[in-house]
Ligand binder design. Structure first.
Ligand SMILES: CC(C)(COP(=O)(O)OP(=O)(O)OC[C@H]1O[C@@H](n2cnc3c(N)ncnc32)[C@H](O)[C@@H]1OP(=O)(O)O)[C@@H](O)C(=O)NCCC(=O)NCCS
Length: 161
């Protein structure tokens, strides 16, 4: 399995993975809107035998320091539990560190994201429509430069229900 940057020729296969992984088209549409808005800061695919089997996207948030939002991450359902999601998340973190981002925010299941060191306590001081027990942060370069403030996701998220 190979993790690499997503290319325009992957977009249709990425949409297929997102439609298969999520119950409806919202996440597939979100990814396309994020790209159209120029907000796909880091977008990776997992490829195996010439097929796209996973996808992850990180978009910039407006906040008190340089931070990204991880959303969405998806793996083809028949390939769940093989470490593909973990590999995409870790590869994204490495790239984000290399690009000197300070932090990543994610809205998700703490039982999953804690294994990548995301922490709800670290996000608890920030104002966001997503604030709550499922809103987590990961500090990429030591302590966060601030522990409170407004965190605003990219415009495309406003279109989500
Ligand atoms: C979440 C997702 C990307 C994980 O991908 P994956 O390749 O199956 O993940 P990995 O193989 O790296 O890790 C599997 C582990 O994560 C756990 N896991 C997966 N989803 C979980 C969840 N929602 N809550 C808690 N644990 C979860 C599995 O139980 C498994 O645990 P184990 O290692 O103890 O057996 C994949 O399940 C998926 O595409 N889900 C549908 C889309 C989605 O919900 N995306 C996340 C929100 S944006």
């Amino acid at each position: 399995m190979n993790i690499r940057a997503a290319a325009p020729g992957d977009h249709s296969a990425i949409r297929d993975v997102l439609l298969a992984a999520f119950p409806g088209p919202d996440e597939a549409d979100l990814v396309e809107q994020l790209r159209a808005d120029g907000d796909a800061a880091i977008e990776l695919v997992a490829e195996q035998d010439g097929r796209i089997v996973g996808h992850i996207l990180f978009s910039p948030v407006h906040g008190p320091f340089r931070a990204l939002a991880l959303a969405p991450v998806a793996v083809a359902p028949q390939r769940h539990g093989e470490g593909i999601g973990s590999a995409l998340i870790k590869a994204g973190h490495e790239l984000a560190r290399g690009q000197a981002w300070d932090a990543i925010f994610v809205l998700g299941e703490p039982a999953y994201y804690r294994r990548f060191d995301y922490d709800p306590a670290l996000a608890a001081g920030f104002d966001s429509p997503y604030a709550g027990p499922y809103f987590m942060a990961l500090a990429l370069r030591g302590a966060l430069p601030a522990t409170e403030g407004q965190v605003t996701h990219a415009r495309a998220f406003a279109g989500l229900g």
